[in-house]
Design a protein around this ligand. Structure first.
Ligand code: GDP
Ligand code: IMO
Ligand code: MG
Length: 420
């Protein structure tokens, strides 16, 4: 049995906190896609930690944490993260497993990411510059190196071959930054990685499922950043939706039970690309300030706006979402009135569907307004105590989406989650 927790918007919905909360109910927590472009924030003993590649179940005793084959893994970032979790007393050597088919991010992938963005100029994706796109290109282009290759005595020569290929590309892109420090760190981190439990991920996880263990698959990014269904080309390079769980871990679709979709009570996006409900005014500024909307990976200010139900209904559909978890509801405490986008107007025509290319058309959102609750909800633990206005807001969303909000998060803390 496998349940999934994934983002329904453009990332940063609070997936890390939610995975951490639900981990006690599972035996295995597994990342199935993405890489160090992710930044998942958790609070452990009141202290903030940001995880990029290690699954968010790592702070719980006796849970298996697996980095699945669908991930692209940066050994340098992994090493830093391991040091960070070890400072909390976590024995990562014991609890962290890595699938041998996981592709590696090498320093020249990061350089290629940077070179590609520079060439795009104003059309840049706003990538996190962690080498994600180039690493996935080498996977689908059948050039990449995988974690299992580390165990091969020819690893260094394979690496040098790939590096030369990349160097030719970088030369053609007129990229001439010195990356020797990155490379030194990389080669050291490769040695560090040899101490990990490198497993055949698909047998590993299927044997656990067959033995009756419960698996929680942790998504990174968000469904609107999915390479197929997101706002292409302003997307990431992996399958962020529930289908990615199958290819990213080697699990059959009928093993998936619940798909828990995480959405903020409003909406944010970091990087370039269309965002129909974006507020480039003082309301947007207030959301950013109250929600502390600055990227967990890059520190960039996140673009903010009201919740977009058209996009949410779409992502509920492509994921087969069975329940919704709404985060950062407390951020709306300060607002006199709230808005939800219920339709798009495109060229004078109303639609409730996400168009083929959001960035090529002008989208005017149609709004439904709600009075705010103007109450501090951060201390509430029981759903009955939630303000009436909030119950109405939630009910409207439930009706629109045809999927129920089952949990509401009312603060960043580990226990600030209300079951409805
Ligand atoms: P992720 O990438 O989906 O894991 O989300 P991030 O960690 O990038 O961003 C979510 C941010 O919101 C983090 O700073 C969290 O600590 C914070 N957060 C999560 N849930 C809540 C909530 O319910 N209320 C508030 N105020 N902050 C939250
Ligand atoms: P988590 O898991 C928010 C965005 C980048 C950029 C686009 C492509 O923390 O929710 P990439 O580095 O993948 O080539 O960038 O995707 N992006 C994210 N935005 N949260 C993330 O992850 C993201 N990972 C990538 O800002 O617009
Ligand atoms: Mg994040």
């Amino acid at each position: 049995m496998v349940d999934v927790i994934l983002g329904l918007q453009w990332g940063d919905e609070g997936k890390g906190k939610i995975v951490d909360y639900f981990t006690p109910r599972y035996d295995v927590v597994a990342r199935f896609q993405g890489g160090p472009n992710a930044g998942h924030t958790l609070y452990v003993n009141g202290k903030k930690v940001v995880l990029h590649q290690i699954p968010s179940g790592i702070f719980h005793e006796n849970k298996v944490n697996l980095i699945g084959n669908g991930v692209v893994l940066d050994p340098v970032t992994l090493r830093r993260e391991c040091e960070s979790v070890a400072s909390f007393g976590v024995d990562f050597r014991k609890h962290l497993y890595i699938a041998d088919r996981t592709h590696l991010i090498v320093p020249t992938h990061r350089a290629l990411d940077k070179a590609s963005e520079l060439l795009k100029g104003n059309d840049k994706i706003g990538s996190t510059l962690k080498g994600i796109g180039p690493a996935y290109m080498d996977k689908t282009g059948r050039n990449g190196l995988r974690v299992g290759d580390l165990l091969d005595k020819n690893f260094t020569s394979q690496y040098i071959k790939l590096r030369l290929k990349h160097q030719k590309l970088l030369d053609s892109m007129h990229f001439n930054e010195d990356i020797s420090t990155w490379e030194e760190e990389f080669l050291e981190a490769i040695e560090f990685m040899r101490q990990f439990k490198i497993v055949n991920g698909e047998y590993f996880i299927n044997e656990k499922i067959a033995a009756g263990q419960k698996v929680l698959a942790e998504g990174a990014q968000g469904s609107m950043l999915d390479v197929d269904f997101g706002t292409f080309p302003f997307v990431t390079s992996s399958s962020t939706i529930s289908a990615g769980v199958c290819t990213g871990l080697g699990i059959a679709p009928q093993k998936i039970r619940d798909v828990m979709g995480v959405t903020k009570a409003y909406c944010t996006r970091v990087g370039s690309g269309p965002f129909p409900t974006e507020l480039e005014d003082e309301t947007g500024e207030l959301l950013r300030k109250t929600g502390q909307e600055f990227g967990a990976t890059t520190g960039r200010p996140r673009r903010c706006g009201w919740i977009d139900l058209v996009a949410l209904r779409y992502t509920c559909m492509v994921n087969g979402v069975t329940q919704i978890i709404m985060t950062k509801a407390d951020v709306l405490d300060a607002f006199e009135s709230l808005k939800l986008c219920t339709a798009y107007e495109i060229n004078g025509k109303k639609t409730a569907e996400v168009p083929f290319q959001m960035n090529r058309v002008k989208i005017v959102p149609e709004w439904k307004s709600f009075p705010g609750w103007n109450t501090d909800i951060t201390g509430i633990t029981n759903a009955n105590e939630l303000p009436m206005q909030m119950k109405d807001y939630v009910q409207f969303i439930n009706n629109y989406l045809g999927v129920q909000i089952k949990f509401i998060s009312n603060g960043p803390g580990r226990d600030q989650l209300i079951e409805i």
